[in-house]
Design a binder for this molecule. Structure first.
Ligand SMILES: Cc1cc2nc3c(=O)[nH]c(=O)nc-3n(C[C@H](O)[C@H](O)[C@H](O)COP(=O)(O)O)c2cc1C
Length: 342
């Protein structure tokens, strides 16, 4: 029952069209030269503006090399904007600002401003591969937490780390719902269990018999042998006071996107948050079982509204955090299904 999330997502994940459109949109930036438009997000639908200070520019050309949108050229020994070549104009990736040691180029718009560049710490303070591997190997999906509350400063650190995650196209259209405190997490979960109860017809005999000719044997088996017991377990145990959904964690974060975002973005951000939580001494567990249920239909819309979830999105993931109640003494070796070197 504990691997419920993964399987549940598999059962409900039937709409991949969004990601196809998004990937086409990305390829389009690089290959088409005939149109010029900005990429819409929930945060901005405008192009960014490039400003070049020719007094400061040394004409080194690094910004031209770094620009992923072909927006720049060297003209008369200085960086200059190259009009008409890029499809989507400046997407505000910020690479030109990050590569210029003179501060000669700035980007404004698409949520970016010149103040968004900062000095990097020395590469010598980066985590080594061995340090990362030590953190990754120690991590387990934690479902038992002690009573300690997760401090607000720790939450801010997790969010700061997760904000550095890459996104399909900037600016990130990832939204985060933070449930801080055991009471909030439990209240949310009780409401979710109630919501699931109202959808129990999805695993009823008459509904499955009706759907069998449309969705085939494998899905029928999945619903009868996995989804039905899952519903019973989640709802029934919650009614008995056993939280097998969010495990009475003292902190939960829900990473979700929007109809505009790359479906993978919230998953990448959630992974960063999980690792940040681990580095801060917390136990973490990703939960895939909630997101798919709260996407479609009027009841799901109402649930999202009540809980401050602003958009439905193709992918989304909960991560729970808390201080450890158990200490694992050994790691567990994991493998991929396949690693083919083509
Ligand atoms: C995308 C994803 C969704 C998951 N969903 C759930 C879930 O809903 N409930 C749960 O108890 N564990 C969930 N897990 C945790 C896995 O079951 C866990 O990773 C697995 O048991 C392996 O254990 P380990 O992470 O300690 O190596 C999820 C993990 C991932 C990566």
């Amino acid at each position: 029952m504990k691997a419920a999330g993964i399987e549940c997502r598999r059962a409900l994940d039937y709409g991949r069209m969004g990601s196809v459109i998004f990937e086409l949109k990305k390829s389009y930036i690089y290959f088409s030269k005939f149109f010029s438009m900005s990429i819409p997000t929930t945060r901005t639908k405008e192009d960014a503006v490039i400003s070049i200070n020719v007094e400061l520019c040394t004409g080194c050309g690094l910004c031209v090399k770094a620009c992923c949108s072909d927006m720049l050229k060297i003209e008369n020994g200085k960086a200059a904007e190259l009009y008409g070549k890029s499809v989507f104009n400046c997407i505000a990736c910020g690479h030109c600002m990050a590569i210029c040691s003179e501060g000669a180029i700035t980007i404004t718009g698409r949520t970016m401003s010149p103040g968004d560049v900062f000095d990097l710490s020395s590469a010598a303070s980066d985590a080594t591969y061995e340090q990362l591997m030590s953190l990754y190997s120690r991590r387990r999906s934690v479902r038992k937490f002690n009573q300690k509350t997760v401090e607000s400063e720790v939450i801010e650190k997790i969010l700061a780390a997760a904000r550095t995650a890459p996104m399909g196209l900037p600016p990130s259209d990832v939204h985060v719902l933070v449930l801080h405190g055991r009471e909030k997490v439990t209240a949310f979960t009780k409401d979710f269990a109630q919501f699931l109860k109202s959808m129990k017809y999805l695993v009823s005999g008459w509904f499955l018999a009706m759907m069998r000719p449309f969705w085939g044997k494998a899905t029928d088996e999945m619903f009868r042998n996995f989804m039905r017991p899952l519903f019973d377990n989640y709802i029934g145990e919650m009614e008995k006071g056993n939280n097998y959904i969010t495990y009475d964690a003292p902190l939960a974060m829900y990473f979700y996107g929007s109809p505009y975002s790359d479906p993978a973005d919230p998953i990448v951000a959630a992974t960063y948050a999980m690792h940040a939580g681990e580095a801060l001494g917390l136990g973490t567990c990703m939960l895939g079982a909630i997101h798919p249920f709260i996407q479609r239909g009027k009841k799901a819309e109402q649930f999202r509204k009540v809980h401050g979830i602003k958009y439905k999105s193709q992918e989304g993931l909960f991560v729970i955090f808390g201080y450890h109640d158990l200490k694992y003494k050994k790691g567990v070796k994991r493998t991929f299904a396949d690693e083919t070197f083509a």
